[in-house]
Design a protein around this ligand. Structure first.
Ligand code: F6R
Length: 259
């Protein structure tokens, strides 16, 4: 696991955009995209690189992590709409290759299976962007999720519903169920990049990076991933015990074999 501690959220967004740019330039075919607040500055930076630097997404597909059950793609709070409004409508990635579970499906469990099979057949995801919930979830894999889970229907915790109520008119409107890529699904991505900023994420980041591998902190599954990068600002890093070590690793990254 590589931990990058950077001064401000802007710096984190640039670092993550750099990782995506490198992956695309190295031939990535499939992106994994997260929604929510954490990746917004990353998407803004990638849109800017598309516009100003000619970064092209024309040959790529994108898979979303999750979707609310009961919200069809036109709903203002659906993640399908979110990703199009905040990212993919502003780049040259073909609209029909932005793929996610259909929250409006009549049979959500069958839809989860369909989406799982789609990722298996069109994947693997080359680079997966992740945010982290204050309870340690990634995707919508709430605490107690199987570390090997496939795409499936999950029930949101009260905490996650409260955290996400800002995207809805009221807490009552936040759906109770979601379709989410499982922790096993996320683990199939070739590279995983988690971005977290702000003091409110510090406990979850510490549990994910330095706590035990445990279903109680679903993001701790990234400890098993061979290529996981955790990009955090000072505030989100504030509860990490090995902050100095992570900074030293970064400072001396290019000096291997020279000392
Ligand atoms: C969203 C997702 C979630 C969020 C997490 C953090 O697609 O999968 O895991 O990344 O809830 O949300 P924000 O970034 O809004 O704090």
């Amino acid at each position: 696991m590589e931990v990058l501690i950077l001064p401000e959220p802007d710096d984190c967004a640039i670092a993550v955009a750099d990782l995506f740019t490198e992956a695309i330039e190295a031939g990535a075919r499939v992106l994994g995209l997260a929604t929510g607040s954490s990746p917004l500055q990353v998407y803004a930076e990638l849109i800017r690189r598309h516009r100003d630097d000619g970064l092209s997404f024309a040959h790529l597909s994108a898979f979303l992590l999750d979707e609310y059950v009961g919200l069809d793609r036109s709903h203002p709070a659906s993640y399908d709409r979110f990703i199009r409004e905040h990212f993919t409508d502003h780049i040259d990635l073909p609209a029909e290759r932005v793929l996610g579970p259909d929250g409006g499906a009549r049979d959500p469990r069958a839809e989860a299976t369909r989406y799982d099979e789609l990722i298996a057949s069109e994947g693997p995801v080359d680079i997966q962007l992740l945010g982290i919930g204050t309870n340690g979830h990634i995707g919508f894999n709430e605490p107690s999720s199987s570390l090997a889970s496939p795409v499936r229907v999950k029930t949101l915790t009260d905490q996650t519903r409260q955290d996400n109520a800002r995207f809805f008119a009221s807490l009552e409107e936040v759906p109770r169920h979601v379709i989410t890529q499982g922790l096993g699904t996320i683990g199939t991505a070739r590279q995983a990049v988690l971005i977290a900023t702000g003091e409110h994420k510090a406990a979850a980041v510490a549990a994910a990076v330095e706590g035990p591998l445990s279903a109680m902190c679903p993001a701790s599954v990234l400890q098993l991933h061979p290529r996981a990068v955790i990009v955090v600002d000072e505030a989100a890093a504030s509860r990490l015990q090995l902050q100095d070590y992570y900074r030293q690793v970064r400072a001396h990254k290019d000096t291997v074999g020279r000392s």
